[in-house]
Design a binder for this molecule. Structure first.
Ligand code: SF4
Length: 211
């Protein structure tokens, strides 16, 4: 990463964490991937059940493997056949801890997420006792309007490439504002305040991660 970008991340990250705290999120700024992974593992009680929302960032942090190695009880659709994914995603919403990424974070401390199945945004709103959100500083944007633009024009069209559904963005790389069966943009949720306080723990990472 360019040194100037890293310096900017390290100066801005703690300020974004403060803004999140003002909105009653618990927030931690970790300068590196390794520190972030360590922090997430510290935040999770080894006896807790852990549900997963799909997240490229969590994969880059290698969290799943680390949890498996210490014998954590995981509820992850990747361990089930595709026809059982719906049931597993529902069970994950009753986990002690739910792990996910975020599509954007505003400088004033709000989370913005888009979801095809609704399971990730459901966890943010209600369900698991704790939610841990891992997010790279590349997803920090000035405000809610910029968050919406980022998600519609960057995060969703990139994510669509992973899933390979029949959507305009899969074909062209750009959002076509579709209503196709394979649309991954069903729900858009702005989390402007964490209630109950501290339920959502945001680990901000001073590197470029995910989309
Ligand atoms: S084309 Fe459809 S699936 Fe793709 S980003 Fe736009 S609304 Fe989402």
């Amino acid at each position: 990463m360019l040194e100037a970008k890293k310096t900017q991340y390290d100066k801005s990250g703690p300020r974004v964490a403060q803004a999140l705290e003002r909105r009653h999120f618990a927030a931690y700024y970790c300068s590196t991937v390794s520190r972030a992974a360590q922090k997430i593992l510290e935040l999770i009680d080894p006896a807790a059940s852990v549900g997963f929302g799909g997240s490229v960032t969590l994969d880059e942090l290698n969290i799943r493997n680390a949890l498996q190695e210490r014998g954590q009880k995981l509820i992850d659709r990747r361990d089930a056949p595709r026809e059982a994914w719906g049931d597993v995603m529902r069970r994950a919403l009753t986990a002690d801890v739910f792990l996910m990424g975020s599509n954007a974070v505003t400088e004033d401390g709000q989370l913005f997420n888009i979801d095809g199945n609704g399971n990730r945004v459901a966890a943010l709103c209600y369900g698991p006792k704790e939610v841990i959100v891992a997010v790279g500083m590349n997803k920090v944007v000035p405000d809610a309007a910029a968050a919406y633009a980022r998600v519609r024009h960057i995060a969703a069209p990139m994510n669509a490439q992973r899933f390979g559904g029949r959507t305009p963005c899969t074909a062209t790389g750009q959002c076509g504002d579709c209503v196709s069966d394979d649309c991954i943009c069903a729900s858009m949720v702005l989390t402007r305040f964490c209630k109950p306080a501290g339920k959502i723990k945001v680990v901000l990472i001073g590197e470029d991660l995910g989309f």
